[in-house]
Design a protein around this ligand. Structure first.
Ligand SMILES: NC(=O)c1ccc[n+]([C@@H]2O[C@H](COP(=O)([O-])OP(=O)(O)OC[C@H]3O[C@@H](n4cnc5c(N)ncnc54)[C@H](O)[C@@H]3O)[C@@H](O)[C@H]2O)c1
Length: 353
């Protein structure tokens, strides 16, 4: 069978060279992490070409992964190769134009890093061209594709813990565009089947260039997502990278960035929950890391499931909703009423998220 022809645009940390911090501390379930590593492991995929504007990085990636076709301009890459699947690991600022160019050049599937884009206007355009051209997408918010988070979701869905009341994401004092696309997607993943109604937030480090245009990458002091039937998703400042699923009859905690799951349950009428001895770890089973996201993407591509993208668009919309809420003094913003004028550049120092 003919292989799916792929290309990677952006050969930095996520594209080709995972950070030393992740290599040292990342739980097993996060690897292979870089886009090139993940694509090289997929048997039905060939990595035809890679692109980066940094010639030294491009050369290193070419030598490390044995990929001969290298480009410093993605338009030339698309002109010279018929690509089915493109993986985009640049920073956000370039993303919108790369997505447009990829779709214009006949790409059918895109794995794209988070966040998706810089403005509500870009978001609406991407939603339109993705749906109009029947493009399959997967996203850099990897946890939803990882086995250990899926196991926790199975536990919630089993009903054994009772109704899910609150999803709390503890990712420390972190930035809206750099870290919290993950937090929002975790909340959307565990709240599947519930309708998101409104969002609310309080941010700091907000630098404006005009009324609705944020230049910085704001910190989330506190943010909430409100669903139907009383479910609340909260983003706290507590460090540790734990996700806590509070249910009527118990608590499920996915600890330390997916290293393990702890559970507590009600016990014989006591008002206090008791820890279970059953510790679940992230030991290998099924696809992991960025491989799992692209594996999922290829399944959708093969099944012609083009509609499996809505969590990506909704997650990005929520990030803009948090900004809208903050700019309106922490007002509750209905999800359908987010201002079309909101934009976020996500600048930190000289870099963009
Ligand atoms: N999924 C995750 O867990 C995760 C983790 C870290 C970062 N990220 C996201 O991944 C993205 C990349 O982060 P990073 O740390 O790898 O950044 P990076 O700066 O290490 O890499 C980005 C690369 O894109 C290249 N680039 C810029 N413009 C380009 C263009 N026009 N054409 C081709 N290449 C171009 C740069 O030269 C650089 O090598 C960010 O948006 C970040 O938010 C995701």
């Amino acid at each position: 069978m003919e292989k799916i022809k792929s290309a990677v645009i952006g050969c930095g940390r996520m594209g080709a060279f995972p950070s030393d911090l992740m290599k040292k501390y990342g739980p097993y379930c996060w690897f292979p992490l870089s886009h090139i590593e993940a694509l090289k492991e997929l048997k039905n995929v060939s990595v035809e070409s890679i692109c980066d504007i940094d010639s030294a990085l491009l050369k290193n990636a070419s030598e490390k992964y044995g990929i001969k076709n290298i480009y410093d301009n993605y338009n030339n890459l698309f002109s010279n190769h018929k690509i089915d699947l493109v993986s985009i690991a640049t920073r956000t600022k370039e993303r919108f134009e790369i997505i447009q160019a990829a779709i214009e050049n006949g790409v059918k599937a895109i794995h794209v890093e988070k966040p998706l884009c810089n403005s509500m206007e870009q978001l609406k355009e991407i939603e339109f061209i993705v749906s109009d051209n029947k493009i399959c997408l997967s996203y850099g918010t990897l946890r939803r594709y990882l086995n250990i988070y899926q196991k926790a979701k199975d536990m919630v869905d089993s009903g054994k813990f009772g109704k899910l009341l609150q999803i709390q994401v503890n990712f420390g004092e972190s930035a809206l565009f750099w870290t919290h696309p993950h937090s929002v997607d975790i909340i959307l993943f565990f709240s599947e089947g519930r309708k998101l109604e409104a969002v609310q937030s309080n941010l700091s480090n907000v630098t404006l260039t005009s009324k609705n245009s944020v230049e910085s990458d704001p910190l989330i002091e506190q943010a909430s997502m409100y669903f139907d039937e009383g479910l609340v998703g909260t983003i706290s400042k507590i460090p540790g990278m734990d996700v806590i699923l509070g249910c009527e009859k118990g608590v499920i905690s996915i600890d330390s960035n997916g290293s393990q799951i702890f559970t507590k349950m009600e016990n014989q009428g006591s008002p206090y929950f008791e820890y279970s001895d059953n510790l679940i770890t992230d030991s290998y089973s099924g696809p992991q890391g960025t491989y799992s996201a692209i594996y999922n993407l290829i399944n959708n591509m093969n099944n012609k499931d083009y509609k499996n993208n809505s969590y990506i668009f909704l997650g990005q919309r929520v990030l803009f909703g948090f900004v809208d809420s903050h700019l309106n003094h922490g007002k509750l913003i209905e999800i359908e009423s987010i201002s079309n004028e909101i934009s976020v550049l996500g600048k930190s120092g000289n870099l963009y998220s």
